[in-house]
Design a protein around this ligand. Structure first.
Ligand SMILES: [Ca+2]
Ligand SMILES: [Ca+2]
Ligand SMILES: [Ca+2]
Length: 406
């Protein structure tokens, strides 16, 4: 499928709203500018340059759980087109691609896992030559555990750049997890990020596909199996954080239940025939159908058999979508907000709310916090054989926290 900005990858992690600011981090610093505070290539740094390729980080002492820009300098090492990350400790994540880098002095964005503790390294290889730099990760202290409830806990960010961390458990398989930050002022913009028990594998980030929902920090996910998780909270506004920056953290864990089946009914290609599936209550709604023909037109719009249905939400929900199919074709799904009389299909539609399932990936997935309303889902085969059976799961995760029970 076309290379659209919603495609998954390292950049997708943080979501469209966050990313432009973060991309600034790729820009290079001119080390010879007066007042840059950056050592230039002519500075000796009390180290005799014997021509050995090397890489240094500043700072090199970092905190477990930190998402931090690290000033990185390369000596006697030229980045080539074939540059790759060669060496990375398990608690170090790098959120750019090496192919984007092209300088001796770089501001690089790293995340250090919540279970990081002690020496860690990260390096680049190009032309058969490696440079490896070292970090010293300071471990987290005790992390409080959240028990489900309103509020399950209180987050505090006592100064700019601070983050807060909790753990929680999901005890039963096939559970929905609903999380929100609440009870705060309009100046607070908490950013929620859930990790697996390893402290570094991202489960969901509130930046993901939150179109139009900036400032509503709430998310959900489906836990197929029991497990332990970390919740990390920081501020969207880098300058925020103070003694009075606190908010409640609400946590609900509910049973997802068995998938509720729906089958496509043809003809469902044009708006008058789009299939109405009614109100989707919290639960797993499984829609199945067949892409009878494949194809797309010069505008990159699907042009084969279009399978279109619509549903309603009576209350705000976080909806996870997962589209899969038989064989090696390239099925896509597009999401729109509105009723059939309001929605026009296609790229650039004013009603489109996600292109996250129009990628080369299989399965195609998306997750969105959706207000109550009507939604249209379009499924089609971008390219491939006729008669491809497909299945799309819509996991409607409840987000109707009841404030009166707080
Ligand atoms: Ca069909
Ligand atoms: Ca159809
Ligand atoms: Ca696809």
């Amino acid at each position: 499928m076309m290379n659209d900005p919603g495609s998954r990858g390292p950049t997708r992690l943080f979501g469209a709203l966050w990313l432009p600011a973060m991309l600034l981090l790729c820009s290079c610093v001119d080390p010879n500018q007066p007042g840059s505070g950056v050592p230039g290539p002519d500075d000796d740094d009390a180290v005799v340059d014997d021509g050995t390729p090397r890489m240094t980080f500043e700072p090199e002492v970092v905190q477990a759980g930190a998402l931090e820009v690290i000033f990185t300098s390369l000596r006697n090492f030229e980045l080539g087109d074939d540059a790759t990350v060669c060496c990375s400790s398990e608690h170090v994540r790098f959120y750019q691609t090496v192919e984007e880098l092209s300088a001796q002095y770089l501001d690089l964005l790293f995340y250090f896992g919540l279970r990081g503790d002690g020496p860690a390294e990260w390096g680049i290889e190009t032309g058969g030559i490696q440079v490896v730099g070292e970090f010293d990760i300071q471990p987290l202290g005790d992390v409080p555990e959240l028990a489900p409830g309103l509020a399950a806990g209180t987050a505090s960010l006592p100064q700019a750049g601070a983050f807060d961390v909790f753990t929680f458990e999901v005890l039963e398989p096939n559970s929905f997890v609903s999380i929100q930050a609440a009870n705060m002022t309009a100046d607070q913009h908490p950013w929620l990020w859930v990790f697996e028990d390893d402290g570094i594998t991202s489960v969901i980030n509130a930046g993901l596909e939150m179109m139009g929902n900036y400032g509503t920090p709430a998310l959900g996910f489906w836990a197929e199996e029991p497990g332990s998780y970390f919740l990390r909270i920081d501020e969207n506004d880098d300058d925020a954080g103070s003694d009075d920056w606190i908010c409640d953290v609400d946590l609900l864990v509910t049973a997802a239940g068995d998938a509720l089946p729906h089958t496509e009914m043809e003809p469902n290609d044009i708006a008058e025939g789009w299939q109405e599936l009614g109100t989707f209550a919290p639960g797993i709604h499984r829609v199945t159908g067949v892409a009878a023909t494949a194809g797309h037109d010069a505008n990159d719009d699907l042009s084969g058999d279009l399978d279109v249905f619509w549903f309603q939400l009576d209350a705000r929900a976080f909806v996870e979508f997962e589209l899969t199919w038989e064989g090696g074709d390239d099925l896509d799904a597009m999401l729109y907000q509105g009723t059939p009389s309001q929605v026009e299909l296609g790229y650039g539609s004013s009603r489109a709310i996600s292109y996250g399932m129009a990628t080369p990936d299989k399965p195609e997935t998306a997750g969105l916090l959706l207000p109550a309303g009507s939604y249209v889902v379009e499924v089609g085969n971008w390219d491939g054989a006729p008669d491809v059976p497909w299945t799309i799961d819509l996991r409607v995760i409840p987000m109707d926290f009841e404030p009166e029970t707080r």
